[in-house]
Design a protein around this ligand. Structure first.
Ligand SMILES: Cc1ncc(COP(=O)(O)O)c(C=O)c1O
Length: 457
């Protein structure tokens, strides 16, 4: 075979597909997946050697290098004892369906090319919008992650602010300002940098909650220069939710775009007992939530939802002669709603999983992690050598070990990973070292967590 060898359905292709599916199947269904750990570049160089060669290694050798050397040098971020940063915990159905998304040339950028996929993604976005109390005209797009979601929303907010001022015959500010809490995620600051805008960091209370009074002061002082106020629906470090109801009520006094960064925490609205904490989200102009976090989808996936999708479209549609077929009509094309053009229909694994298991299973899974967090927080509070830094609101619990310096946390954390027991890294707050459990895998147990606490004696 000549040039067609790599693409044709043939005996060689069958062997490759079988081997890859067999590996994927074994990995997905393994009862006891390892946590694994990183290697140094030198060690990987030594073990792997050159894999990109003129003749190719063949699929068997390439897969073997991946299975036995490269994969074990990657942490299993979906492991029930991966408790650092914000983990991931995709459902079986979502993982399996991710293979399907790659199996054919599914394109999710335009209705013309991907109507079926876009229809399914939109049903998920409408479901989420309804959960968040947004009107049924709300809509948006699945993007790569919270960073791009926040940036896309804030760019749309700036376009809307610009149009409003121009319409009123007012001058545009020399620089735009974005208001957010000192505890907001770094991606909001990164978005401002990309937009060449300023961040107005507003102090949160000692409990980490951004409140209306602080935001009111900023709005009163900087008025038309502010293109968006960002409230966080579950901070990354603590899982703390801002006073969204109070901040949203400021819309009665000021005209501003309210963006909710719910990348990690907004999923908790699916749990009836947590919904109340998020009152006010229904007044948001845009929200994001990352299904690759607590909505049990594989990397990488962020749902970006606008109250008025046209505001997103006005900010983001790309125009070019070769795209006229796509942009001249009224079709709903996801690429029009964020910073991207070509896109994988990355919402489909979540769609398949929701369609498979039903929403009730999701509510129960989210509730179970919130309950486990409360239980382990009570256990931490009851241990004399440990201290909760703040009471948890969602599924992150941050705590200190009496008398430990940063070096003690480092040593302890390294030992946990070396022994393949757990991945729990040090963190800090107000200059004091601590550590945290970020819990969102329904397979994580109370005994797993108390076992880790026991190692801090
Ligand atoms: C509150 C919040 N916003 C934004 C982000 C950024 O999301 P991503 O890592 O998907 O870009 C994160 C990530 O942890 C987050 O917790």
């Amino acid at each position: 075979m000549g040039a067609e060898r790599m693409h044709a359905a043939s005996a060689e292709s069958t062997a490759i597909v079988d081997a890859v599916l067999d590996y994927s199947r074994r990995r997905m269904l393994a009862a006891d997946v390892p946590l694994d750990k990183p290697q140094t570049p030198a060690e990987l160089n030594r073990l792997v050697g050159a894999t990109i060669t003129d003749a190719g290694l063949g699929s068997q050798r390439a897969l073997s290098v991946f299975e036995h050397i490269l994969a074990p040098a990657c942490l299993t971020t979906s492991h029930p004892l991966y408790l650092s940063f914000i983990p991931t915990a995709p459902t079986m159905a979502a993982i399996a369906f991710d293979l399907v998304v790659s199996a054919s040339g599914l394109y999710g950028g335009s209705w013309l090319e991907g109507a079926g996929a876009v229809h399914a993604e939109n049903e998920v976005l409408s479901f989420l919008a309804a959960e968040f109390g947004l009107p049924d005209t709300a809509g948006g797009v699945f993007v790569q992650g919270g960073t791009i979601g926040n940036l896309s929303a804030l760019v749309a907010a700036r376009e809307a602010a610009k149009a409003k001022l121009l319409e009123a015959g007012k001058e545009l500010p020399r620089r735009w300002k974005i208001v957010c809490s000192v505890e907001a995620h770094s991606s909001n600051k990164s978005a401002a940098k990309v937009m060449d805008a300023d961040v107005l960091l507003v102090p949160a209370g000692p409990d980490g909650v951004l409140r209306a009074d602080a935001v009111r002061e900023a709005l009163a002082e900087h008025g038309d220069e502010i293109c968006a106020v960002v409230a966080t629906g579950g901070s990354t470090n603590f899982g703390i939710v801002d006073d969204i109801a109070g901040i949203a009520a400021l819309k009665d006094e000021f005209d501003f775009w309210l963006h909710i960064d719910g990348a990690y925490g907004l999923t908790a609205m699916l749990a009836p007992e947590a919904r109340g904490i998020f009152a006010g989200v229904e007044r948001a102009d845009s929200v994001i939530v990352d299904p690759h976090k607590w909505l049990f989808a594989p990397f990488d996936c962020c749902a970006l939802i606008y109250r008025d999708p046209d505001a997103g479209r006005r900010a983001h549609t790309q125009h070019a002669e070769y795209l006229d077929t796509l942009t001249d009509g009224d079709d709903f094309s996801p690429s029009d709603y964020s910073i991207q053009l070509t896109r994988r229909p990355r919402g489909l694994p979540l769609w398949f999983s929701l369609a498979t298991y039903g929403v009730t299973a999701y509510r129960e899974a989210v509730s179970s992690t919130i309950a486990l967090t409360k239980r382990i927080a009570a256990e931490i509070a009851a241990r004399p050598e440990l201290r909760l830094v703040r009471d948890p609101q969602l599924s992150v619990v941050v705590f200190e070990r009496d008398g430990w310096e940063r070096a003690d946390y480092d040593r302890w954390s390294d030992e946990l990973l070396d022994s393949q027991r757990a991945f729990v890294v040090p963190s800090s707050h107000a200059g004091r070292p601590n550590t945290r459990f970020a819990i969102l895998n329904p397979l994580t147990t109370f005994e797993d967590l108390t076992g880790i606490l026991d190692t801090m004696k």
